[in-house]
Design a protein around this ligand. Structure first.
Ligand code: TRP
Length: 474
C-alpha cells in the first residue's frame, strides 16, 4: 500500500515534468496558426493520424532508450552505437535553433501580460489604440529586442541558479490553471456571433486542401507534431532516464501525448472561432495570430477583457518559460556534463550565461524583421527572401520561419526517421519491448509498433523531407 502510494506520487512528478515541457508555445501559439494556414480540418486530421502512427512509436522509443541507458542523448546514442553519436548532437543543435525564436515570442507574451496587468489598474501602457498595438509593436525593433532580452535574462537566471525545480513546482498549479483558463475563454468565444464558422473550419469534414497540397499539409503537421510533443531531438530520452523502472513506458507515453494534444485542440477552439467572429474568418494570419486575434477578443470584452487578458497571457507565459528553460537547460547541461566527464569544474553558471548571450545574438533577426512585414512596410530589417531577393516561400517569409524550417521542418523528422529505422531494423523492436516489460506490464501492440518503426515512420518522414526539399527547388 505504502509502496503504491509512493510510486504514484513520484510518477505524477514525472508526468507533470514531461507534460510541462511538452505544453508550451507550440500548443497555444503554433498549433492554431499552422492549422489556420493549412486548411483547418485537413491539418487537424493529418496531425492526429501522425500523432497516433508516428508520435506514439517515437515517444515510446525515446523514453525506452532513455530509461535503458539512463543517460542524456549524446551519451545514450553513443552507448547504443558509436556511429550515431551525431544523433545526440542534434539534441543540442535543435533546442538552440528553437530558442532563437522561442525567446522572442516569450518576450512578446510577457509584454502583453504586463500591459494587461497595468490596464486592470487603469494605467494604459499600450501607447496606441489597443487594436493597432500588434502591428506597431512588432515594427518597433528596440522594444521587441528589449523584451526578448528580459525574457532571456530570466531564463538564464533560472538555469544558472539551478532553481528550475521551483518553476516546475509552480507549474503544478500553473498548468491546471491554464487548462481552466482555456476552458473559460473557449466558452466566452463560443457564444460570440459568427463563432460557428470557426468550428466548421476546424471540425467540418473538408479534405480539399489535401487534394491540392497534400505534401504541404503533411510537412506542416509533422513538424508541428514533433515540436509540440518535444520529439525527434532527444528531449524525451533525457526524461526517460528519470522514469522509474516499475512504471509503464507505454502508459506514460499515451498520457503525455493525450494531454499535449488536448491543450493544442483547446487552443485551436479559441483562436479559430475568434478569427471567425472578430477577424471576418481570416484564419491565415500566420505567426502573429495568437497576438492579433486574441487581442481583438479581449478588446471586445470591455474592461473585463483586461483581467482575462492578463490571466490568459500570464498563463501562456508560464507555459512558455517552463518549456524554454528546459530547452536552455538541455544546452547548458550538455556542456556541464562534458566538463564533469573531463574532470573539470562543471561551470553551470558560466555556460548558462554564454549560451543565453549567443542565442540572443541569433534572436536579433527574428526580433527585428517584424515577422516578415517587409522594410517598405516599416519593419526595421528585411526578411530572408527580401534580403536575398529570392522568391517568397513558406520558409523564407520571416526569420522565425527560417529557424523553424531548420528545426521542426528538417532536423526533427530526420532524427525521428533515423531513430525509428534503427529500432526497426538494427536494434530490433525487442530492445524496446524488453525495456518496457521490465516494469511487469505486458507490451501491447507489438506488431503495430514494429510496422511503425520499420515502415510507417521512416517512409512517412522520407515524404516530409522530400516535401521540404521540394519547397527549395520546386
Ligand atoms: N514542446 C514545446 C512546446 O510546444 C517546445 C519544445 C520542443 C521543447 N522541444 C522541446 C520543450 C524540448 C522542452 C524540451 O512549446
Amino acid at each position: 500500500m505504502e509502496n503504491n502510494r509512493g510510486s504514484f506520487g513520484s510518477n505524477l512528478g514525472f508526468i507533470l515534468a514531461a507534460v510541462g515541457s511538452a505544453v508550451g508555445l507550440g500548443n497555444i501559439w503554433g498549433f492554431p496558426y499552422k492549422m489556420g494556414l493549412n486548411g483547418g480540418f485537413a491539418f487537424l486530421l493529418i496531425y492526429l493520424v501522425l500523432a497516433i502512427f508516428v508520435g506514439l512509436a517515437v515517444m515510446i522509443g525515446e523514453l525506452a532508450i532513455g530509461r535503458k541507458t539512463g543517460m542524456s542523448p549524446v551519451a545514450a546514442y553513443r552507448k547504443l552505437s558509436k556511429k550515431f553519436t551525431w544523433m545526440g548532437y542534434m539534441a543540442v543543435i535543435v533546442p538552440f535553433l528553437i530558442l532563437c525564436f522561442y525567446f522572442v515570442l516569450g518576450g512578446m507574451v510577457m509584454r502583453y501580460a504586463l500591459s494587461y496587468l497595468t490596464a486592470i489598474f487603469g494605467w494604459d501602457t499600450w501607447g496606441v489604440p489597443v487594436t493597432e498595438f500588434f502591428g506597431t509593436f512588432i515594427c518597433n525593433g528596440a522594444s521587441v529586442v528589449i523584451w526578448t532580452a528580459i525574457f532571456i535574462a530570466l531564463n538564464a537566471f533560472i538555469v544558472a541558479a539551478g532553481v528550475a525545480g521551483g518553476i516546475e513546482k509552480f507549474c503544478k498549479i500553473g498548468m491546471p490553471a491554464l487548462f481552466v483558463m482555456l476552458l473559460a475563454v473557449i466558452i466566452y468565444v463560443a457564444v460570440q456571433p459568427g463563432a460557428m464558422d470557426g468550428y466548421k473550419f476546424m471540425f467540418g469534414w473538408n479534405i480539399e486542401p489535401l487534394k491540392t497540397d497534400f505534401l504541404g499539409v503533411l510537412k506542416a503537421a509533422a513538424g508541428q507534431m514533433f515540436f509540440s510533443l518535444s520529439l525527434g531531438m532527444g528531449a524525451m530520452i533525457t526524461y526517460g532516464s528519470y522514469l522509474q523502472k516499475k512504471e509503464s513506458v507505454q502508459k506514460n507515453a499515451v498520457i503525455i501525448i493525450v494531454c499535449d494534444t488536448l491543450v493544442a485542440i483547446m487552443a485551436g477552439m479559441i483562436v479559430m472561432p475568434a478569427c471567425a467572429a472578430f477577424l471576418n474568418g481570416e484564419y491565415g494570419g500566420g505567426p502573429g495570430l495568437l497576438f492579433a486575434s486574441m487581442q481583438q477578443v479581449f478588446f471586445n470584452m470591455g474592461y473585463v477583457g483586461n483581467i482575462i487578458g492578463f490571466l490568459f497571457y500570464g498563463l501562456v507565459f508560464i507555459a512558455a518559460i517552463s518549456s524554454s528553460m528546459s530547452l536552455l537547460e538541455v544546452i547548458t547541461s550538455f556542456k556541464v556534463d562534458q566538463n564533469i566527464e573531463a574532470g573539470k569544474a562543471p561551470g553551470r553558471k558560466k555556460y548558462a550565461i554564454i549560451a543565453a548571450v549567443i542565442i540572443f545574438v541569433f534572436c536579433l533577426p527574428v526580433a527585428l524583421d517584424a515577422l516578415g512585414t517587409g522594410v517598405e512596410n516599416g519593419a526595421p530589417i528585411a526578411y530572408p527572401a527580401e534580403l536575398f531577393g529570392i522568391e517568397v516561400k513558406g520558409w523564407n517569409d520571416c526569420w522565425l520561419d527560417f529557424y523553424d524550417m531548420l528545426s521542426e521542418g528538417i532536423m526533427m523528422p530526420l532524427g525521428a526517421m533515423v531513430m525509428a529505422f534503427m529500432i526497426g531494423w538494427i536494434w530490433k523492436i525487442d530492445m524496446v519491448v524488453e525495456e518496457c516489460e521490465l516494469s511487469g506490464h505486458k507490451f501491447w501492440g507489438k506488431t503495430f509498433f514494429d510496422i511503425c518503426y520499420k515502415i510507417i515512420t521512416p517512409i512517412g518522414m522520407a515524404f516530409v523531407l522530400y516535401a521540404q526539399i521540394m519547397t527549395f527547388f520546386g
